[in-house]
Design a binder for this molecule. Structure first.
Ligand SMILES: [Zn+2]
Length: 255
């Protein structure tokens, strides 16, 4: 049976002399494992679509749960991501995260759009890597059903805009005032956040994906934002990502 879908190669492994095993993140079916025969030959019409980060329309043959590539049309290769070590590490982490949360279904299209926009911003150097990382993590959490509530303190009802300083409970997603913030033993994930970080979090939540990465933040706020968004998504994903450890190593080395 032939199946047609758009997807991005998130992992590639060489197989035998001329083949590859690919993991392709799709919009509607999560990650598919696909055997791509003969694609390491330059003459293969599918070789360009079988590279890491290549975004293509694929036609694959499905038999007993196994997929083999038949045809492909390359839509964007994201090739430049592989020539910059930070952009590469960031792209690996974003693909990993998107693959982990996209188990198929309705959110798949939005997750794919978010991923493609983030990879484009990284490839074209539109935003700083840490801006892209934070925006991706926090927007993704909202997409998969964990949008925080930034309206008011859930205990006393004081509007969030009037609260200073603000405490963000990363576990339940509320902004608390200083009087109502849960004590540490009850909620170890309530952190005080600065006003610039709160504004950035709101920007990430309320903007469409094509505007998501268009903000700037100075240090130390950019690091603070990344600590918040990384913790926020990791509380929902609950998996140690080796690509995240790799990204941290690369950022440390390059700074
Ligand atoms: Zn309160």
């Amino acid at each position: 049976m032939s199946v047609k879908f758009k997807g991005i190669v998130v992992r590639e492994n060489e197989k035998g002399e001329m083949d590859k095993d690919l993991q392709i993140l799709t919009e509607s079916s999560g990650v598919l494992f696909i055997r791509a025969r003969g694609v390491r030959k330059i003459s293969s019409s599918n070789s360009r679509s079988s590279q890491l980060f290549a975004y293509s329309e694929f036609v694959v043959n499905e038999k007993n749960g196994f997929y083999t590539m038949q045809e492909s049309t390359l839509l964007h290769n994201f090739y430049e991501l592989r020539s910059d070590v930070i952009a590469y590490a960031l792209a690996c982490y974003l693909c990993d995260l998107a693959s982990f949360v996209n188990v198929g279904g309705d959110e798949g299209t939005d997750i794919m759009r978010l991923l493609l926009n983030a990879l484009y911003a990284a490839e074209k150097n539109i935003s700083e890597p840490l801006v892209i990382k934070a925006a991706f993590e926090f927007h993704l959490a909202a997409l998969i059903g964990f949008a925080p509530d930034f309206s008011a303190c859930p205990i006393c009802g004081k509007p969030a805009a009037e609260i200073s300083p603000k405490f963000f409970d990363l576990e339940d997603g509320y902004i608390f005032c200083g009087k109502c913030v849960p004590k540490e033993e009850r909620s170890p994930n309530a952190v005080q956040i600065s006003e610039p970080v709160f504004s950035s979090l709101r920007h990430i939540l309320t903007n469409p994906v094509n505007k998501l990465f268009l903000f700037r933040l100075k240090q130390p706020y950019l690091d603070e934002l990344n600590e918040v968004t990384e913790k926020y998504i990791s509380l929902r994903v609950d998996r140690k990502m080796t690509t995240l450890i790799y990204l941290h190593d690369i950022l440390k080395m390059e700074s």
